[in-house]
Write a protein of this length. Structure first.
Length: 135
């Protein structure tokens, strides 16, 4: 079961997911300080805990560590969604309710994902205009 990230953990992970490179505590601190007052030791502690929980990997460089995420934000989000879905006694009904809450953009993203995941079950949608031009 995936535990949701806390507010500061999420702020740190968001930066690391966006930067896609090894970063120091100082780099994260300086970026966070643009939004809030925060101490170096607080950021260092959060990043160390994220490392201990398996969210970050680190490499020693001199006396400091450089950190990078172990997986993507998308993988984290998928794990949270899966955990939530597993709590239902009726997974099909839970999905129906979930789909009913989706915006048109989210429904389109779901359709795209299903066409990638299972193209034989969910064939590509052909736009009527494209179909006319093909003739």
């Amino acid at each position: 079961m995936v535990r949701p990230l806390g507010e500061l953990e999420n702020a740190v992970m968001t930066r690391l997911w966006q930067w896609t490179r090894l970063v120091t505590v100082r780099e994260v601190l300086e970026d966070l300080q643009q939004e809030r007052e925060i101490a170096y030791t607080t950021v260092m502690t959060v990043m160390d805990k994220l490392f201990q929980k398996g969210w970050l990997r680190r490499e020693q460089e001199g006396r400091a560590y450089r950190y990078a995420p172990v997986s993507t934000r998308e993988a984290y989000t998928a794990a949270l969604m899966n955990d939530a879905w597993e709590t239902s006694d009726n997974p099909a009904a839970a999905l129906v309710h979930f789909f009913g809450m989706m915006s048109p953009e989210q429904q389109e993203a779901l359709g795209d994902a299903l066409r990638i995941f299972a193209p034989s079950i969910f064939p590509p949608v052909i736009d009527a205009q494209d179909d006319d031009e093909a003739r």
